[in-house]
Design a protein around this ligand. Sequence first.
Ligand SMILES: [Zn+2]
Length: 232
Amino acid sequence: MNVCPTCTGQLTWVDMYDKWFCHQCKRYVEPTKQQAQIPKSMTLWYGNNYRIRKKVLTVWNKYWIEDPRGRKLGFAKQKMFRLKEDIRVFTDEKMKKELFRIKQQQILDLWATFAVIDSQTNAALGYIRRKALSSTFVRDEWEVLNAHRQLVGGLYEEKGRGLARKYIPGGSLIPEKMAFELNGLPVATVNQQFKIIGDIWNLQGLNLPPDFDRRVLLGSMLLMGMIERQRK
Ligand SMILES: [Zn+2]
């Protein structure tokens, strides 16, 4: 948890200045040495705001991970109606340089555990587990595990909304709204926007720990977009 060294108010990370901001004393706070030590090449995955843009084409669905300024950070594609066991995220559409992949762990169970793996080091960054029962009948729910396979949090759909989306006629036209929690605290929100040829999921970090690799969260958002029920 990041708090202001002066007033102990909660800090918000400001990507534009690479500094924290304290809303209580209205001033910027430099990141700590440890926070500043995150390798430059990795800063891509330690921001607070991202969006995933999905484009529905005839055979392929395409997905872009973008920063708030619309800069493309990652690209993945998926054959229509098929969830691959191995989703690869590349730097761009040329698909030459792979950034990370999402790999299904147990093939027998369709909604099993997925590992988010750094393509360069082959190390697991974390795991995503979809709760089959509650996701099917009540609301979308994704559990997030750390690299040591310990449960640390999850992505949860707003309760009433999940039911409405599933059971009310036309309910599937209600965009998804989810909260990401770590250790029981809401640290980010995910909001879906419908577009004519695809959708956008906005990720807004409210209090994401600086050392939490956002690819784990972006991975669950990608999976969410890929297995979403047909709406149209
Ligand atoms: Zn303060």
